[in-house]
Write a protein that binds this ligand. Structure first.
Ligand code: AHE
Ligand code: ZN
Ligand code: ZN
Length: 187
């Protein structure tokens, strides 16, 4: 069965640069592009199969990483941004015209508050951290992917050297769990 996980990884993974200092993300509008400048590299970059993250056309997965929110600034055409779902944990700021998500921000009390979610493929420079794992893999079935082919999807990630999870990676799940325990006064 032919499928695209995501164009950035379908033909292999290119490692990021250790001394990388950041770059600018642009939406897909032909003119008056929204621009968001990131000071520094992303962390925890990953493939995400969930239904909420922005995916390029034809891709089964998004590629999304996090960066401290103080390192994120809207540098052009910010008036075209709107929050897709103000009730969601991650408030995804998307371009009203082309639909691309420029950054996702958490405003409520949450383990990941202070980190913005971004898609570095929207930048024209190289050196961003490469994807580290695949998250929410089974979520693609919720969006209509035939479960009888899901092993091929997991197999393709494995062949690229990426571990697959049906929620987040153990490191991120541990951060969420520790936050819950702290709120309950147990840690
Ligand atoms: N099966 C659901 C899962 C959606 C989900 O929980 N997504 C995660 C990961 S997004 C980036 O890693 C999440 O944290 N969502 C919070 C939010 O979106 O506000 C589905 O596919 O919809
Ligand atoms: Zn746009
Ligand atoms: Zn997601």
């Amino acid at each position: 069965m032919a499928f695209s996980l995501h164009p950035v990884i379908d033909n292999g993974i290119t490692k990021g640069a250790a001394d990388f200092t950041g770059g600018t993300l642009y939406c897909h509008c032909p003119s008056d592009k929204v621009a968001v400048t990131l000071k520094g590299n992303v962390l925890h970059n990953h493939a995400c199969g969930c239904s909420k993250c922005w995916k390029p056309k034809g891709a089964l997965f998004a590629i999304i990483g996090v960066i401290p929110r103080d390192s994120v600034s809207v540098t052009a055409n910010g008036s075209k941004l709107h929050v897709l779902d103000p009730e969601a944990t991650i408030q995804r700021n998307a371009c009203k015209d082309c639909g691309v998500h420029l950054f996702g921000r958490i405003e409520k009390d949450h383990a990941f508050k202070g980190l913005d979610f971004v898609h570095v493929e929207l930048s024209d420079v190289k050196g961003w951290q490469e994807p580290q794992f695949a998250a929410f893999v089974s979520s693609i079935i919720e969006q209509g992917f035939d479960p009888k082919n899901i092993d091929q999807v997991r197999g393709k990630f494995k062949s690229l050297g990426l571990e697959t999870y049906d929620v987040l990676s153990p490191a991120l799940m541990d951060m969420l769990a520790a936050f819950t325990a702290k709120q309950a006064g147990l840690l």
